[in-house]
Design a protein around this ligand. Structure first.
Ligand SMILES: [Ca+2]
Ligand SMILES: [Ca+2]
Ligand SMILES: [Ca+2]
Ligand SMILES: [Ca+2]
Length: 260
């Protein structure tokens, strides 16, 4: 379990300004998302210096600053702040780099509030996904290899953040294409297909290559798509006779015509 504690006490300043329901100190914890219900985030009674008897006599409870769900509760016997609802970082914060749940410990008689900031840490619980199962291209066999023959691929999405999001793309080993990752103007990485050896439609009309997006989790997760390449014809072959017989016939015809 990840656990960090910071306590900021501003009792004096707070009580000078409003006394009936003043905050007596903030506590901050760090917890990995998807922790099981009932798991202890930290011992809030100990961290705030409140005995468990006081918790009961002053009817301690956790209030959420979100209206929909109360993610934490307090174990009155141990003073532990515990997980009451599934904490899903992706559902709470999407692609935000930091994710903080704000709760309050409320004590009565007299009313006393302690703000609780729970920093939700990402875990690698999502695999990269492409929007479709296949990506199709039509590429002429006359396309030059190298920097001029690049084809933008759709990027894979991973709901996790940081290193748990997509880190690299791998392309199935093949003679004609490689995959590069480029940074676009908005700072996003996108993959592109690069021709490294010219195509020849007379030898290969179609290629199917597996593209894999891999995240940086431990262990890593991955997602795949199939790249279909249809090789288009270019006029790169002169007509040739396919048999000696036809060639000989043509020679005779020419000779006959010449005599006349
Ligand atoms: Ca999650
Ligand atoms: Ca996650
Ligand atoms: Ca991931
Ligand atoms: Ca050709």
């Amino acid at each position: 379990m990840l656990f960090t504690l910071y306590i900021f006490t501003f009792r004096n300043h707070c009580c000078l300004t409003f006394c009936n329901a003043c905050a007596h100190g903030d506590v901050s914890y760090s917890v990995a998302e998807e922790m099981k219900r009932g798991g202890a985030i930290g011992n809030i009674a100990k961290d705030l210096g409140i005995g468990t008897v006081t918790l009961s006599s002053r009817k301690a409870r956790i209030d959420s600053q979100r209206n929909d769900k109360r993610y934490c509760d307090i174990n009155m016997n141990t003073g532990d702040l515990i997980v009451a609802e599934r904490i899903d970082r992706e559902g709470l914060c999407g692609k935000k780099a930091t994710c903080v749940l704000k709760e309050q410990l409320v004590l009565e008689n007299p009313l006393e509030l302690h703000r609780i900031n729970i920093h939700v840490q990402d875990i690698n619980d999502n695999a990269p996904q492409f929007s479709g199962e296949s990506i199709s291209f039509e590429i002429t066999e006359s396309a030059d290899k190298g920097s001029r023959a690049k084809f933008m691929l759709t990027e894979a999405h991973d709901a996790d953040v940081g290193t748990n999001a997509v880190q690299r793309y791998d392309l199935q080993n093949n003679a004609h294409f490689a995959v590069n990752v480029e940074l676009d103007s908005s700072g996003r990485n996108y993959p592109e297909l690069v021709l490294k050896k010219e195509l020849d439609r007379e030898k290969v009309k179609e290629l199917k290559l597996i593209l894999t997006a891999v995240d940086g989790g431990s262990p890593p997760k991955s997602g795949t798509a199939v790249i279909h390449v249809t090789v288009l014809d270019a006029n790169d072959n002169a007509p040739v006779f396919t048999s000696l017989l036809r060639s000989n016939t043509f020679t005779k015809m020419r000779q006959t015509y010449t005599v006349k």
